[in-house]
Write a protein that binds this ligand. Structure first.
Ligand code: HPA
Length: 299
């Protein structure tokens, strides 16, 4: 009787805010015990079908999310759920191969917990990627799009609740998608020969794809692409002071733009088709982004 109720780790809204910081630091210590001496400077979140980039890591060590305290397990086909540490283009880096989506039912603070762990590991830059539907009529499935800005229509924000120690209460998102690092992406696209579009990513909760009427609305709102991820991670990373850049792989025409019905298989097939181009681009961009970030922080 009258026992104090204990909230199990990972439940509800993620426990108290100070727990979240303590848990992230604890998980980072766990990673350091598994991979002694690791000191990643850049983090990467590899979206649906884009996880193959982790195979380019050198001296790679992989830890399944199932072994990492507090990491939510992604459930979707095409998301493996492993943390990979090593070097990419000579840069100490950490990649999340697969991510938990809000539409799987994860509370937003839990879905973004791994970003807090990457920040606790010391990353200075975060590259975010996703699969997205193309809304801009000039864009085609198979195109890559540097994310210039986003529209958050998920109805969720990972910073709701009491302030997590070290987070600002009201983070500024006016240059959330770092202009200098976006420039790095364009330079990398020129050096690798990849065509890189640029645009605004609208984030929706999903998991149903949008209706044609919703896509017409999103186009009028100024969106070039639509997807079901990334924005909660960006907001969390910005709250930790991490500089962010990202690319959407446009996998399909958004609903109503072509007469084709939408399905997840098409999403995966398109990411596989452009995998090499995507990986070349990101590898080149990570090396250049790391140089810029290092130069800026030693100014
Ligand atoms: N809508 C939402 N999410 C997506 C899409 C889409 O058309 N394609 C890939 N992810």
């Amino acid at each position: 009787m009258n026992q104090p109720l204990e909230r199990p780790v990972g439940s509800g809204t993620g426990g108290s805010s100070s727990d979240l910081t303590a848990r992230a630091e604890q998980a980072a210590r766990f990673v350091l015990e598994r991979v002694p001496g690791t000191s990643p400077r850049i983090g990467l979140v590899l979206g649906s079908g884009l996880g193959g980039l982790a195979d380019r890591f050198e001296a790679a060590e992989a830890i399944p999310y199932s072994e990492l305290p507090g990491f939510p397990e992604p459930a979707v086909v095409g998301h493996a759920g492993v943390l990979v540490l090593g070097t990419l283009a000579g840069v100490p880096a950490v990649a999340m191969r697969g991510r938990a989506h809000l539409y799987e039912g994860h509370p937003v603070r839990e879905a973004t917990f791994p970003i807090r762990v990457l920040a606790a590991l010391g990353i200075q830059g975060l590259f975010l990627s996703n699969a997205a539907g193309a809304i801009n009529p000039e864009f085609r499935p198979g195109d890559l799009m540097a994310i210039r800005d986003h529209i958050n229509l998920m109805g969720r924000n990972p910073l709701v609740g009491s302030v997590v120690p070290g987070d600002p209460r009201f983070p500024d998102l006016s240059a959330a998608w770092d202009p200098e690092l976006r420039q790095v992406l364009h330079e990398a696209s020129r050096s690798t020969g990849a065509t890189l579009r640029e645009g605004v990513y609208a984030a929706v909760l999903g998991p149903s794809f949008e209706t044609p009427a919703e896509i017409r609305m999103l186009e009028r709102l100024g969106a070039d692409a639509v997807g079901m991820s990334t924005v909660p991670e960006l907001i969390t990373a910005r709250a930790r002071g991490v500089r962010c850049f990202g690319v959407s792989c446009l996998t399909n025409y958004a609903a109503g733009i072509s007469s084709q019905p939408l399905d997840h298989q098409e999403v995966i097939e398109t990411t596989e088709r452009v995998a090499d181009q995507f990986q070349d681009l990101v590898t080149a961009a990570v090396a250049a982004a790391d140089r810029r970030i290092t130069a800026a922080s030693s100014d």
